[in-house]
Design a binder for this molecule. Sequence first.
Ligand SMILES: [Zn+2]
Length: 70
Amino acid sequence: MQITQDVNGDWPTLDEWPTVEADVTCRSPGCPVEGITFRETMYRNADGVLRAHCGRCNTPNDDIVEVSGA
Ligand SMILES: [Zn+2]
């Protein structure tokens, strides 16, 4: 799903921005939460792609499984 500007060229406000539930798992070797899956509410990026950073090792998470959302 792509997020686009409305007819006035405005992007959705943060309140209107689509969120999704996703299971995010850190796969960084040695990270304290390596292999542990967290259910997160995430804002979808404008290009439709979900992105996350691990809060413990600050590495981009590439294991993001969308559960539900717009
Ligand atoms: Zn990590």
